[in-house]
Design a protein around this ligand. Structure first.
Ligand code: PBG
Length: 331
């Protein structure tokens, strides 16, 4: 009997049923991989939906505490907080960032009181506090001044740490800020407060809905290209990561997420440190728009994109879909 040559190896064998697919899965997504970004606003009992971010609202501090309980119950280990600072508290120098009773600090303390076992990550950058919407202090030409900005970022970091923040996450992209913040944290008795550096943060078109959420989009003139990275570059991302690690970062972040999976994979391969991705507001909005347009199933799209970050090498992901995903995955 003669026969054609058949495949010597059949990779479909291990895919033939759910049990064997589960057995051979190389990566797994778990609620403990997720960090949930939340937007805080003034008042009591306030919920302000963000139209460019359907399904996401700003909550007053009491609502933020309720979200923290939901997150803990769903197995999410950490929240990321962002304030929508009142217009009359924004200024050219962003000094509200240093106020120990600012919205962020009140939210941190309220969560730590009510849900002490959840981690809190705080963003360090001045854009929610400046009248011009840039992340730092400007000179007469509108250029963001590096070293003078760092002096304010140190104060902002210490203010957040004193309120109870567990992870300080500088998102400003000033040169040298991680080392300066680390030194200040040590000196002020915050040795166990971590730094997750937004190490490779790109000047991206995907941040629009976030800027609506923190109220900076209408204020921002120009762009952030003199400090955030050029999307053309990847060698430079490795240099950014190397510097932030040398300055004392405990973990590094790549942002945005999906368009930069190549950067995540290169960083993980090169440095073998904890890497996180921020699936940013525009990515969230893009998925929601795709769902609304009938392109695909929300649950499947969300879980597939989040799993991609794990496959690329991430320890975890900041995502606005965190609660939904954690509930789908089960704690
Ligand atoms: C502030 C900051 C931004 C984001 C996180 N921190 C916006 C920006 O740099 O303009 C974006 C997050 C998102 O789009 O979800 N520096």
């Amino acid at each position: 009997m003669t026969h054609a040559s058949y495949p010597a190896l059949r990779l479909r064998r291990t895919r033939a049923a759910a049990w064997t697919r589960a057995l051979h899965a190389e990566n797994r997504l778990h609620p403990s991989d997720l960090i949930w970004p939340l937007f805080v606003t003034e008042g009591q009992g306030e919920e302000e939906p963000i139209s460019s971010l359907p399904g996401v609202s700003r909550w007053s501090v009491d609502g933020i505490v309720a979200r923290a309980r939901e997150a803990r119950d769903a197995g999410i280990p950490c929240l990321a907080l962002f304030p929508n600072t009142q217009a009359d508290r924004r200024s050219d120098d962003g000094e509200e960032a240093l106020n120990p009773d600012n919205l962020m600090c009140r939210a941190i303390r309220a969560i730590k009181d009510a849900v002490p076992d959840i981690g809190i990550l705080t963003d360090v950058a001045l854009d929610p506090y400046t009248a011009h919407g840039q992340d730092g202090l400007l000179d007469e030409q509108g250029y963001v001044i590096n070293d003078a900005t760092i002096d304010v970022l140190i104060g902002q970091s210490l203010n957040q740490a004193a309120a109870g923040a567990d992870i300080i996450a500088p998102s400003d992209m000033m040169d040298g800020r991680v080392g300066a913040i680390r030194e200040a944290l040590e000196e002020e008795g915050h040795a166990n407060v971590q730094i997750m550096a937004y190490a490779a943060k790109y000047a991206s078109a995907f941040y629009g809905p976030f800027r609506d959420a923190v109220g900076s989009s209408g204020l921002l003139k120009g762009d952030k290209k003199s400090y955030q990275m050029d999307p053309a570059n990847s060698e430079e991302a490795l240099r950014e990561v190397a510097l932030d690690l040398a300055e004392g970062a405990d973990s590094v972040m790549v942002k945005p997420g999906l368009p930069y999976l190549d950067i995540i994979a290169r960083v993980k391969d090169r440095f073998e440190v904890p890497v996180f991705a921020y699936q940013v507001s525009g990515e969230y909005a893009m998925i929601e728009a795709a769902v609304a347009a009938g392109v695909g199933n929300r649950d499947a799209l969300v879980l597939e994109t989040l799993l991609a970050f794990k496959r690329a090498g991430c320890s975890g992901v900041l995502t606005y879909h965190a609660l939904h995903a954690a509930r789908l995955l089960g704690a």
